[in-house]
Design a protein around this ligand. Structure first.
Ligand code: AMP
Length: 453
């Protein structure tokens, strides 16, 4: 199949051709006609499937037909969970729309708001935004939605994980009822379905890979080893296999900094990217990594979300994530758009339970390979038999959220990189919900979903 069969205009086809794309990916083949038809869409597609072009191309096509955005107005709003993903999506919009006159903008937290307000003045045919900053801008009248035609929630699962539910609900309440809604998510958990029900109508459902499954072209391996030997083992693997471009995941920001130093001391050029780094430092590190000036980018989960690095051959889990679904997202960084990828997890005995949880989510055992010379003293116990997946109960939405002001940067500081902290937070929220419910006659409804249940 070729792009020319998808009813896209010449300027879009030209941009696609210049990107060197010959065939629409499966998600594009399904999403492009669905979006053009004007229907709502719910697509289960993880990063690497070409989902961004899947919604961007038909949105550009639709926008070419209508009237340009007036001052401060937005015609297509794309919400993303992180700054990096927002920047990435905006760069795709710019690329695919380069032969059109459409005006695209991007706004996210962690940088000055004034320049963003200035840009929004002339109107945005497409606006890519993270929720907190968008609310701040809305409250300051810098953005208006009376011309809004399309809303996209990109990586909706991650938005919920990051506690954006209330911000999203607030944003939805500011949008005109008559609009097209597109929801993209790597996984379709019951939480996402509950969210979808509240605003997506008779959607075209698209699924290009089964929920929570890992990309087919990614070879996964677990290397059992002792915790203390991990950085030596990583240096050894990088040198031995002559890996040129490796994305390494650590659990914490400090862990990322420490590992970067250790790799550097072994003569391996590395930079860290995480929530404590300024936006400028992150962008710089990513650019150096993409240009092969450094061979290792050490990242925490939230910082890495949405990184689009073409044909990344190698992902290493230096530590396993505490949230099993993050494993799927992490290794989704490699083997993108049909290319082969290799994901290695260095797993110590302490992480045995996390490994089992991951194997449950991906519904497969990951092959184990002990590296000679790095045999663990504390053996990694064999994983138990995998139980069939059970649907999770929808999570309670977070309560007690303060104003949007300042939340963005707080979130991007990876409050959930440390799962211990995250669980404490969850328990606190439960307490608040209980407390609010027990307040007799309280009009403060702690549960924004209550009316929908
Ligand atoms: P995404 O899933 O949107 O993050 O896209 C993953 C990668 O696939 C990006 O680097 C895109 O540039 C690339 N890509 C998107 N569509 C195609 C296509 N039809 N053919 C080849 N590569 C593509």
């Amino acid at each position: 199949m070729s792009f020319s069969l998808l009813n896209l205009s010449q300027p879009i086809l030209k941009a696609v051709e210049e990107q060197g794309y010959h065939t629409p990916s499966p998600v594009q083949q399904q999403a492009i006609p669905a979006v053009l038809s004007g229907k709502d869409v719910m697509a289960a597609a993880q990063t690497g499937t070409g989902k961004t072009a899947g919604f961007t191309l038909p949105i550009i096509e639709k926008l070419l037909k209508g009237k340009p955005a007036r001052a401060n107005e937005v015609r297509a709003l794309i919400l993303t969970p992180t700054r990096e993903l927002a920047a990435q999506v905006a760069s795709n919009v710019a690329t695919y729309g380069q032969h059109t006159k459409l005006r695209a903008n991007v706004v996210f937290g962690g940088v000055k708001i004034n320049p963003q307000m200035m840009k929004l003045r002339s109107g945005s045919d497409v606006l890519v935004a993270t929720p907190g900053r968008l609310l701040d801008l809305y409250q300051q009248n810098a953005v208006k939605f009376s011309q809004l035609e399309v809303l996209v929630l990109d990586e909706a699962d991650r938005m919920l994980d990051m506690g954006f539910i209330r911000d999203i609900k607030k944003i939805l309440s500011y949008l005109p009822a008559q609009r097209q809604n597109l929801l993209f998510s790597a996984t379709f958990s019951p939480d996402i379905k509950a969210l979808a029900q509240s605003f997506v109508h008779n959607p075209v459902e698209i699924s290009v890979s089964p929920s929570n499954s890992t990309a087919k072209t990614v070879e996964q391996v677990v290397v059992p080893c002792d915790k203390k030997k991990k950085s030596k083992l990583l240096s050894f693997l990088i040198k031995e296999n002559q890996w040129q471009q490796v994305l390494v995941f650590t659990k914490t920001k400090h862990g990322a900094n420490r590992l970067t130093k250790e790799l550097d001391s072994q003569g391996i050029s590395a930079l860290a990217i995480h929530g404590n780094k300024s936006q400028g430092a992150r962008t710089k590190a990513l650019a150096k990594f993409k240009d092969n000036e450094i061979s290792v980018l050490v990242a925490t989960d939230i910082a890495a979300r949405g990184l689009d690095i073409d044909q990344l051959p190698q992902v290493v889990n230096f530590e396993l994530p505490h949230v099993s679904e993050d494993y799927v997202h992490r290794i989704g960084r490699t083997g993108r758009a049909g290319a082969d990828g290799f994901a290695v997890s260095l797993v110590c005995a302490d992480e045995h339970k996390l490994l089992e949880d991951i194997e449950y989510v991906i519904q497969q055992h990951v092959e184990r390979k002990i590296e000679p010379g790095f045999e663990p003293v504390n053996a990694l116990p064999p994983s138990r038999k995998i139980r069939p997946l059970k649907a999770k109960k929808p999570k309670k939405p977070k309560v007690n959220s303060s104003t949007a002001q300042g939340k963005e940067s707080a979130r991007s500081n990876e409050h959930h990189a440390n799962s211990g902290k995250r669980h404490v937070q969850k328990r606190d929220h439960k307490k608040v919900i209980k407390k609010n419910r027990s307040k007799k006659g309280s009009s403060n409804n702690a549960d924004p979903y209550a009316a929908n249940r």
